[in-house]
Design a protein around this ligand. Structure first.
Ligand SMILES: NC(=O)c1ccc[n+]([C@@H]2O[C@H](COP(=O)([O-])OP(=O)(O)OC[C@H]3O[C@@H](n4cnc5c(N)ncnc54)[C@H](O)[C@@H]3O)[C@@H](O)[C@H]2O)c1
Length: 260
């Protein structure tokens, strides 16, 4: 990535690293939100462990699997803390649109044979994703978010979902292309092509606010461990997947039960 212009890529900081646990203990936040660059496996584990040590609940917005993993969930539970995640779904992004279309196909009895979701953008997230080894979890997260909506998952050769390229002049504009090929009644072939264009950076902000509110409700009600409702509604890789309609109902129920 160092071959890219300094104005578009990250530079190594010359500042001394801070003692995260010490700062968390001093400032006592209710929640830590992780929005580190894609593929930050070690750094995310470091911040999750810092949360456990300092007694802070965690919302993990990125595709590194922490809050959907039993190993970490158990640790948060044991410490009386809450964890929510992983990998935030945008308010109206590629994942939520693809999932609703899959559900539409299921409900209308259309047999889906093949699908792809190609994404291009020009921000640092897309630049980072040129480094393919950063992408493993991102691909798993985005693909499972869609596969989980099918009664019978597609053979992996017939589904391709992922970030596709970095186009510098697109800057923060993310463009997604979805294609779905299927069969209507009587085996009649059909296909659908969709192009979605959004401003990437602010697209998860509203969903994050929902996640913060639900997590704060849980913290105030002394709940602990994994919050299945908001994780399923707002994240691509929750421990338990539901349809988005079901997850919405579960979140409403969770709020009604915990609001004072
Ligand atoms: N925008 C969305 O809607 C959306 C949706 C799903 C997931 N995400 C994920 O959220 C993450 C952030 O996305 P972005 O577009 O803001 O990425 P970004 O690369 O622009 O921002 C990452 C930030 O992390 C900071 N950072 C890097 N190393 C750090 C460290 N060790 N400690 C503390 N901070 C550090 C950087 O300075 C930068 O501000 C990515 O992993 C992305 O995949 C974003």
């Amino acid at each position: 990535m160092n071959t890219y212009d300094e104005n578009i890529r990250f530079k190594e900081s010359s500042e001394k690293p801070v003692d995260v646990v010490k700062i968390l203990k001093e400032t006592k936040p209710d929640i830590l939100i992780n929005y580190l660059p894609v593929g930050s496996q070690k750094a995310t584990e470091y911040y999750a462990k810092s949360c456990l040590e300092a007694g802070v609940s965690l919302i993990n917005a990125i595709p590194v699997f922490i809050c959907s993993e039993d190993k970490f969930i158990k640790k948060f539970e044991e410490k009386g803390l809450v964890c929510v995640g992983d990998d935030i779904k945008a308010q109206l992004g590629a994942t939520i649109v693809h999932r609703y279309l899959i559900n539409l196909f299921e409900k209308r009895g259309i047999k889906l044979n093949k699908t792809y979701q190609l994404n291009t953008g020009g921000n640092t997230d897309f630049l980072n994703m040129l480094e393919r080894k950063r992408l493993d979890s991102k691909k798993i997260s985005k693909t499972s978010a869609v596969q989980s909506q099918l009664k019978k998952p597609l053979n992996e050769m017939n589904i391709h979902i992922g970030p596709s390229d970095f186009v510098p002049w697109q800057k923060d504009n993310k463009v997604c292309f979805i294609r779905m090929e299927g069969e209507l009644f009587g085996g009649v072939p059909m296909n659908l092509d969709l192009r979605l264009s959004v401003e990437d950076s602010p697209n998860s902000a509203g969903v994050m606010i929902d996640a913060i509110r639900c997590t704060k409700l849980a913290v105030d009600n002394n709940l602990k461990g994994y919050l299945k409702e908001i994780s399923a509604f707002g994240f691509k890789h929750p421990k338990i997947q539901y349809t988005d309609d079901k997850a919405f109902q579960l979140v409403k129920q969770f709020i009604a039960e915990n609001e004072t």
